[in-house]
Design a protein around this ligand. Structure first.
Ligand code: GDP
Length: 192
């Protein structure tokens, strides 16, 4: 099951330009409508604009952040653009991914159920050392909440995932999501 193209092998999850500059492929998974594109736009452009979705869907966007330990992480963010419907393509989509972010909508129990499906999918097809995050989005809609925070926390804990609730609308916890992922990436050994 190893990739044939160099650079796409599972062993190269976090590709170091050097020990202090990491580059990683991040894939987004989750039901349509949970806010995946909005999270990416908020993170990359600092905007919440539902109408600019089209610009994200087709390919990937990248964004570099600096962490406190002076490491930088360049995220190459892949939005599914509906590919999740074609399970035959899924392994290709996950290949080489060092990070998987599974998103659900806290107002939608159905999307949370789908998140559990994606966790299993990743355990089947993802690299064993992939960093996984579970994200309960639309946290600003607390009056419509139907998925308790504890349920998300429990699912994440059981599967060794990082858990956070976000709002792409208010920007709550969006940068924190990516910073926490960055901290959890495996660091390459220092070169001699
Ligand atoms: P995707 O299909 O998962 O990429 O979902 P989108 O990013 O296209 O978002 C779907 C809808 O949810 C849009 O109408 C967004 O405006 C809305 N949305 C996304 N994130 C949030 C959020 O954090 N809070 C609220 N209230 N709405 C959101």
């Amino acid at each position: 099951n190893s990739g044939t193209l160099s650079g796409l092998n599972n062993s190269e999850n976090a590709v170091p330009a050097d020990a202090k500059n990491l580059r990683v492929k991040l894939v987004l998974l989750g039901d349509s409508g949970v806010g995946k594109s909005c999270i990416v736009l908020r993170f990359v452009r600092g905007q919440f604009d539902a109408t600019s979705k089209v610009t994200v869907g087709a390919s990937f966007l990248s964004q570099t952040i600096a962490l406190q330990d002076s490491t930088t992480v360049k995220f190459e963010i892949w939005d599914t653009a509906g590919q999740e419907r074609y399970s035959a393509l899924a392994p290709l989509y996950y290949r080489g991914a060092g990070v998987a972010v599974i998103v659900y909508d806290i107002t939608s129990p159905e999307s949370f159920k789908k998140a559990q499906y994606w966790v299993k999918e990743l355990q089947k097809h993802g690299s064993p050392d992939i960093v996984m995050a579970l994200v309960g989005n639309k946290a600003d809609l607390h009056e419509k909440r139907e998925v308790p925070t504890d349920d998300g926390m429990e699912l994440a804990e059981k599967n060794g995932m990082f858990f956070i609730e976000t709002s792409a609308k208010t920007a709550d916890n969006i940068n924190q999501l990516f910073e926490e992922i960055g901290k959890r990436l495996p660091r390459p050994p220092p070169s001699s």
